[in-house]
Design a protein around this ligand. Sequence first.
Ligand code: CTP
Ligand code: MG
Length: 225
Amino acid sequence: MKNVAVVLAAGKGSRMKSDIPKQFMELDGKPLVCHCLEVFQQSSHIDDIVVVTGEEQISYVKEEICDAFGYGKVRAVVAGGKERCHSVNNALQYISEQIPDCVYVFIHDGARPFLTEELVGRLCISVQEEGACIAAVPVKDTIKVADAEGHIQNTPARTTLWAAQTPQVFSFPLIRNAYARMIQEDRTENITDDAQVLERMEGYPVKLVEGSYGNRKITTPEDIQ
Ligand code: CTP
Ligand code: MG
């Protein structure tokens, strides 16, 4: 019975506007993606790691990241897809073929370097009770729903709003089947996280686990200044 972490590093980072993809930019002396790999490598809750990256970056990730930094839990570096959801699906397919004893899968953005073992531990407890849970924090700003012209349509009550983070953690067969069906039925429009796949395909009640405001995603240049 294994817990597998999927680390997503196949994005182009278009909002970062840098020469190299943001997941490989240097942060505190090493490539950004190394920070979460370090946590999963050290974690008592994680057995194997699957990294997803661009086809042309696979050998760089294997040699300069996994081998160079000694991330021995990395079982495979697999090629990503067009959108985040296609990259996740490729990893889930690899796991179903190569790691048949996977019970829970921890899906994490390689662009979130401030992951902690404590959060991994809390998600691990929750997923055993709930089958599906994600890290999230209550939003601090008031959120507006706007029309295409930029006029406000309505304002959801802030007390009901949470900002989704990763890791997002699931019973493996549950998320694997939902993803496979979503891709097969071509229902991927506007999917930006994994919980949404269960919402759309299964109507499954995914549990929110309090993450931390520090567990932010590096998206634009000011996020790493
Ligand atoms: N990701 C991925 N495969 C894709 C797109 C995104 O593995 N086809 C990963 C990114 O590498 C990142 C995470 O998903 O770790 C969250 O995506 P995001 O922050 O949107 O990263 P990018 O898509 O790279 O950035 P942008 O949207 O600005 O182009
Ligand atoms: Mg993106």
